[in-house]
Design a binder for this molecule. Sequence first.
Ligand code: HPA
Ligand code: ZN
Length: 362
Amino acid sequence: MRPALGDCRIYGKLRFMSRGNPLESTQEFIRRLPKAELHLHIEGTLEPELALHLAHKHGVALPYGSIAELRAAYDFGDLQEFLDIYYALAEVLRDEDDFYQLALGYLQRAHDQGVVHTEVFFDPQTHTARAIPFGAVVEGLNRAFTEAQRRFGMTHRLIACFLRHLSAADAMRTLDEVLEYRSLIAAVGLDSSEVGHPPSKFISVFDRARQEGLLAVAHAGEEGPPVYISEALDLLGVRRIDHGVRCAEDPALMERLAKEQVTLTVCPLSNVKLRVFDRIEHHNLKRLLEAGLRVTVNSDDPAYFGGYILENYLAVQRALGLTRAQLVILARNSIEGSFLDDDTKRRWMAEIDARAQDLTAS
Ligand code: HPA
Ligand code: ZN
């Protein structure tokens, strides 16, 4: 049986086995770092193979005949071009078991890459608009989370995102459904087409969600201007900013984010695929990290953007020349920025710090 990476005791053993091995590859070093994923859309883990399988299962006609054709379509000019394909493919997700299969596939991969805790977005409106019951989505996802906890010791939080291109009234109706499944959902988020849909559009929805005890996050500063980041913090009361890379255009905002230690859930491969940066070598992650911002590395929509969390860490490590000490900071930030309780955070921090000590010992 594979070791359960979510279990601190087993992690201790792995650490012992790797101690003093200076030849351990960077890839292996990253894989063995306990880390949390904080920016992951479950619909974005739909691999072409599963999409075609589910299309066949439900008799859904897709405009792509083969996996190769499907992959060839993943050449996006911007966020909107991606979202158009993304929402079209979500058509194949129809019943509880589809969501279970989808999530279990992701959780297995994340576990294999050393993710010990994951905070997963889903877009209720993408499904309820097609008359898929909210309960089928949440129950399928939850069945997979329960299995991953049992098999790998992996923990999770579930985050329901509102589609910002739809109205605040639609988001408010969606919040009613979220509240019916309150015990399974930790937070609300905001995603989809950013420009022209500022956080201020959703003040009343987020006010109510927070009154109900839900935590809040929001995509801001991916394609949208830096002021959307300030709005998300000040008007929506968010605990993290998803993406946030355009903060670099506003020095005062950068200073604020560093001072308040706001977690940014950065997604490097996504940013290149959606042309936020023209190439990975031009990504500002290292600059933000060295300015003292609490940056994390995440995969966003890994089936579409060319890699899961390990590939994202590796891409920035190679292109930007991150040191192992900086990789350790990224992993620490992911635990610190998560919605885990303080005790569990402390335990994972100790595990990560032990890895960092191995570095200086070897
Ligand atoms: N941005 C906005 N909405 C999204 C994204 C993203 O990167 N991925 C899935 N929905
Ligand atoms: Zn995203």
